[in-house]
Design a protein around this ligand. Structure first.
Ligand SMILES: *Cc1c(COP(=O)(O)O)cnc(C)c1O
Length: 351
């Protein structure tokens, strides 16, 4: 098989998804599976559906378009606020979008009225992580305006934490979300279907809190795919953490000095490198680079250490000096490396 390749174990992904769905169902929480890190892969989306998931979410409308064309049978949400320039596509392909700007919702309303279907909107609330979200005090006026727009159904509210700033979901910010849901519903005489508490970083809270309030949905990507909770990257009990493997091939293997020689300036990426003298080492080059992966996001097997990288080369040191040219080395990608590898056309995807 040709390298580099990302080997994707669909059985393990389905197992992970099924377990999380079951555990959260007992807590009254539905799972929306997030497909952005696998670029809206139809195979992975179908895995989620076989695991009992009814709703998918992606940050890119082109991934949703791809899943639609692949006849994926699920409700689909655009989880990043739509670009104004894309509202027609959003209305054409997504059942729902997560929104924070009235200007966008107004355009969605205009686009939706040209079709026969109303489009769902979930309003995102800012609760401290300082990524997307309407400030809580502004929610009332945004809800009022949204309710007045033809072609739009206000499905509910949601929030996203632990992404930009690492703000952890807890009883304080989650009850703020629930309180907002209650007060907006009573103020406007509506009922929200969805109160979406967050992403994989919410799992510990959702499994452990004695009061989940109104939260009835989580949007899960990394926890399903990599089997990790994402506040501390601990493995989740009963889940596979190795559904993805990155297989890379050795193209040079030599004994070389551990230190460069000559006058040292910046490297190709503007970095000033530091080297420790260890005498001669066994150095190998693998045919993958920063164009394809995040070199800080892949874990090598025991006895192999990543000591450098450039656009097309990954340089490793091998204790056992056993990396002959042609040898395949298997790495464990984290979420960042997974996303890069999925996006690179140079990395084969093997399901
Ligand atoms: C990416 C994303 C998610 C999923 O996050 P994971 O940490 O992979 O579970 C959920 N919600 C939003 C808005 C996102 O952008």
């Amino acid at each position: 098989m040709s390298a580099p390749r990302l080997e994707i174990d669909l059985t393990k992904i389905q197992h992970n998804a099924g377990i999380l769905v079951k555990r959260l169902k007992k807590r009254g929480i539905s799972v929306s599976a997030i497909t952005k890190s696998v670029l809206g892969s139809q195979e992975v989306a179908n895995c989620f559906i076989r695991a009992g998931i009814k709703s998918l979410g992606d940050s890119r409308i082109s991934n949703i378009e791809k899943m639609r064309h692949g006849q994926i049978k699920a409700s689909m949400s655009l989880i990043r606020s739509p670009m104004l320039s894309q509202v027609d596509k959003v209305v054409a392909y997504a059942d729902m979008s997560f929104n924070t700007e009235l200007a966008v919702i107004r355009k969605l309303s205009i686009a939706a009225q040209k079709t026969r279907h109303r489009r769902g909107v979930v309003l995102m609330v800012e609760l401290g992580d300082l990524r997307e979200g309407i400030m809580p005090d502004d929610m009332e006026s945004v809800v009022q305006s949204t309710l007045g727009l033809p072609g739009i159904i206000l499905k509910g509210i949601g929030t996203n934490l632990a992404c930009r700033s690492g703000v952890s979901p807890d009883n304080i910010n989650m009850s703020k979300l629930s309180d907002l849901a209650d007060s907006l519903e009573s103020k406007f005489g509506v009922k929200f279907d969805i109160v979406s508490g967050g992403n994989s970083a919410n799992l510990d809270w959702a499994m452990g809190s004695t009061d989940l309030g109104r939260v009835n949905n989580l949007r899960l990507g990394e926890s399903i795919l990599l089997g990790l909770e994402t506040l501390n990257r601990r493995p989740i009990e009963g889940l596979h953490t190795d559904a993805f493997k990155l297989v890379v091939e050795v193209i040079e293997s030599k004994i070389k000095p551990s230190q460069p020689w000559g006058k040292i300036a910046q490297n190709a990426f503007g970095e000033q490198m530091l080297f420790k003298d260890q005498g001669n080492i066994s150095q190998a080059i693998l045919a993958i680079g920063r164009q394809d992966i995040d070199p800080n996001g892949i874990r090598p097997p025991a006895g192999i250490k990543i000591i450098g990288s450039s656009s097309d080369h990954l340089i490793v040191q091998s204790e056992a000096n056993d990396l002959a040219v042609g040898t395949e080395v298997v790495f464990q990608p984290n979420y960042s490396a997974l996303m890069h590898a999925m996006t690179s056309p140079f990395v084969n995807k093997v399901m």
